[in-house]
Ligand binder design. Structure first.
Ligand code: MGD
Ligand code: SF4
Length: 734
């Protein structure tokens, strides 16, 4: 996997052979097999794609992790991070015992405690909050598959305040935009048909560095079959190195480019008129709206030559409907993101690719029976979900905003104040923008508990820290996401929990017992919970445990296979023009509005992913740190020459943002591969937590430098690409 990571993160390979695409041939290298005692199927948690894993065990130790060929998301392969999961299991810095705070919040000073003492303390504090402020004063922040136990706890407890950074800090604008246009969001995994697309357009989706396993595999497959790439990115990404067209757009101007592409497609009549007549409304309004948005108009805004805009539009249209405009995932950039993603969704409709092969597919999921439960208790005076803080003035938000929960913790900011946080599997100091605001909000709390595997920064702010065991040491609920091939997958403990760590399912149940909600957790343990669900769903548990995943009957996934495109707007039509947005006081058709320019001497700060890391989640993993120990700041070579101090490749610099926030020293990567008006960092580095001995002080933290953000007025997403930095010398690397 190190080879794959190196290939993916390193120089752009010149070879056009699809089998060498991002080194995937290395992933296919002959499996050396196992000299282990047994192989246990489970699924990965190194990111939230949840690929099927085969874990090889010898003498009680996990010796190797491989991709499960039975699992549709891994198809026999793991990405570098998944293969490096043992680096988390055997991380010497893992949380080993429950901890109770022994100093001020944020000072990261704790005393070890027994599970009994720690859980009693959490129960006592939560009950106090409930008595004084009601159950809804408790909020849950959660990220990752194990969060299901905590969501259930909150349901039983009676609080609707459950937020994940994966919505308002990530894919929320995309979900809102596709819901406004097609009636539903995309979810995860995205229902896209990369494998059969003939042209694939990536707008800031750096697939290949962003390593969602199945997508990278399918992209390689498509390129192998001759698919062409159009890549829009201010940075010459790995994908750009494979593209027919790279459009180095000025950051924050993608919407102008999208409008110009529509202008070319509509004025040259390259759209799918028949499809639109059948499925869409608002074509006349759209045609009039983009009539003046010519490539020449967009060129002045984006910095991309008009002929490049025109030619790429023609290429995109030439492959319709098998022309996939990738919807992106981390979409919270500038605060106008729902409108940008609306433009993406509308462009996909012009190409007729919604519900068509090579475009967006129709999916389905395994129907699984629930565990039989008594009715959740009713809490007199309990708030409804709509009170707060889901909407909070954001009419199109369809999930609770994690940043909204943080905001509601500041006194007087919402209908009622939040007084306690349960934080499961998310390092809020890196996941939420403006960490100074998160730290201040925490000081207003009566109580905060963190459930984690590693002593991340958020643990340093907690009153109690509960050590969860890793995904390789626990059973969890069944996974059955909507997909083009419905499937069910199982997570089962490969080895017993190390130290005194415990599965989240156990921790949640023990806490429920202590706060009088034991009847809401009637199962013996996660295994019995899963077995009951499987039996009621008539699924052969032995077969599932042996294979790791069971795939359902094939379904028609596109019009070509007899499916009807899934359009669930009120009247079943795609909304090119959104009357819903108009009624809410927003622009019914997306329009371009300029972003603030960088102050003189400063660069716009952009961030993204590296193939071997899932933000701060993996940076302490010694196996994954070997190929990529720290991030670098990418600086354009010409811009580097214009700096007031000499800057050579490899020199260390300090980044100072518009509010005077300073990063730690970070190595400069002086390169032609980025525009001169921005710099780029891989997200998740620059840790400060003293317990993260591998990751601490390595590289710069883009989260720390994100001291401001711009909120999307439509759905509340927090755009983070609105920070600017200047560079200062920090001494030369030996
Ligand atoms: P991490 O911050 O890496 O990820 O943010 P998070 O999901 O919050 O922290 C994950 C935590 O989970 C770590 O502390 C890790 O030790 C812990 N952990 C790992 N496995 C387990 C487990 O099995 N159980 C438990 N209990 N804990 C576990 C990511 C979020 O950040 C996302 S999804 C996006 S897309 C946004 N990306 C983003 C960005 O690109 N740039 C900036 N500046 N901010 C961003 N914020 C968002
Ligand atoms: Fe694990 Fe990689 Fe799959 Fe994510 S994409 S679940 S890290 S193997």
């Amino acid at each position: 996997f190190i080879q794959i990571g190196a290939a993916a993160g390193g120089a752009v390979a010149a070879s056009g052979l699809a089998t060498r695409f991002w080194g995937l041939d290395a992933a296919r290298a002959e499996d050396p097999g196992t000299d282990g005692d047994r192989v246990v199927p489970t699924f990965c948690e190194l990111c939230f794609w949840n690929c099927g894993v085969l874990a090889h065990v010898k003498g009680g130790q996990v010796t190797k992790l491989g991709g499960n060929p039975e699992h549709p998301l891994s198809r026999g392969m793991l990405c570098p991070r998944g293969a490096g999961g043992t680096g988390l299991l055997y991380d010497p810095d893992r949380l080993k015992k429950p901890l109770i705070r022994a100093s001020k919040r944020g000072e990261d000073v704790f005393q070890e405690a027994s599970w009994d003492a720690a859980l009693n303390k959490v129960a006592e504090e939560l009950l106090k909050v409930r008595e004084r402020h009601g159950p809804e004063a408790v909020a849950l922040f959660t990220h990752g598959f194990g969060g299901s136990w905590w969501k259930h706890f909150m349901k039983a407890w009676g609080s609707p305040n459950i937020g994940a950074p994966s919505y308002a800090q990530c894919r929320g604008p995309r979900e809102a935009a596709f819901t406004l246009t097609y009636g539903e969001g995309l979810g995860s995994p995205e229902p896209i048909d990369l494998a059969n697309a003939r042209v694939i357009t990536l707008i800031g989706s750096h697939l290949g560095e962003n390593m969602h396993n199945t997508q990278v595999q399918e992209l390689a497959e498509a390129v192998g079959k001759g698919a062409q790439l159009v890549v829009v990115d201010p940075r010459f990404s790995v994908a750009a190195g494979k593209a027919r067209y790279w459009l180095p757009v000025k950051p924050g101007t993608d919407l102008a480019l999208l409008l110009a592409w529509m202008n070319v497609i509509l004025t040259e009549k390259r759209h799918d008129a028949e499809y639109l007549a059948k499925y869409a409304t608002g074509l006349d309004e759209l045609t009039a709206h983009v009539a003046t948005k010519t490539p020449e108009w967009a060129s002045a805004i984006t910095g991309v030559r008009p002929e490049l805009i025109r030619e790429s539009a023609r290429l995109i249209a030439s492959a319709r409907p098998a022309s996939l405009i990738h919807p992106g995932r981390h979409t919270t950039w500038y605060g106008d993101d729902t409108q940008r993603l609306r433009a993406t969704a509308i462009l996909a409709a012009l190409l007729g690719s919604w519900g068509r092969r090579g475009g967006y597919l129709v999916t389905d999921k395994f129907r699984l029976a629930g565990y039989p439960l008594p009715k959740p208790p009713l809490h007199p005076g309990g708030r409804s979900k709509d009170d707060m803080p889901k909407g909070g003035g954001f009419p199109v938000a369809d999930e609770v905003l994690a940043s909204g929960l943080c905001d509601a913790t500041k006194p007087g900011r919402a209908l009622y104040d939040l007084k306690a946080w349960i934080v499961y599997g998310t390092n809020l100091m890196q996941a939420l923008p403006a960490p100074q605001e998160t730290a201040a909000a925490i000081q207003n709390l009566d109580f905060i508990v963190a459930i984690d595997v590693l002593p991340a920064e958020i643990c340093g702010f907690a009153d109690v820290v509960l050590p969860e065991c890793t995904y390789l040491e626990r059973d969890d609920d069944l996974a059955a996401p909507a997909y083009k091939q419905p499937f069910v997958a199982i997570r089962q403990a490969v080895v017993p929990p190390m130290y005194e760590s415990k599965p989240g399912s156990w921790i949640a149940k023990e806490l429920a017992n202590r706060v009088g909600l034991g009847d809401q957790f009637p199962w013996a343990d996660a295994r019995e919970f899963v077995e009951t669900r499987l039996a009621a769903s008539k699924i052969d548990s032995a077969e599932l445990r042996r294979k790791g995943a069971l795939v359902g009957k094939p379904i028609p996934t596109c019009e070509e296979e007899g499916a009807t495109p899934n359009i669930t707007t009120g009247d079943g039509k795609i909304k090119l023009f959104s009357a819903e947005l108009q009624q809410l006081g927003f622009e019914p058709l997306p329009d371009f509005h300029p972003q603030e320019e960088a102050p003189a001497g400063m660069f716009r700060m952009l961030s993204g992913r590296a193939p071997t890391h899932t933000f701060g989640r993996t940076t302490n993993n010694r196996l994954l740190a070997e190929p990529f120990p720290e991030n670098e700041v990418w600086v354009n070579a010409e811009a580097a020459r214009a700096l007031p101090f000499p800057l050579a490749n490899g020199d260390r610099v300090v980044l100072v943002n518009q509010d005077g926030v300073r990063s730690g020293p970070v190595r400069a990567r002086v390169t032609e591969r980025i525009r001169g008006d921005c710099v780029y960092l891989v997200h998740g580095f620059g840790h400060t937590a003293k317990g993260l001995r591998q990751a601490r002080g390595r590289g710069a933290s883009d989260s720390l430098l994100t001291s401001r953000y711009k909120v999307d007025p439509i759905m509340g997403g927090t755009g983070v690409n609105v920070n600017f930095v200047r560079l200062e010398p920090a001494g030369r690397v030996a």
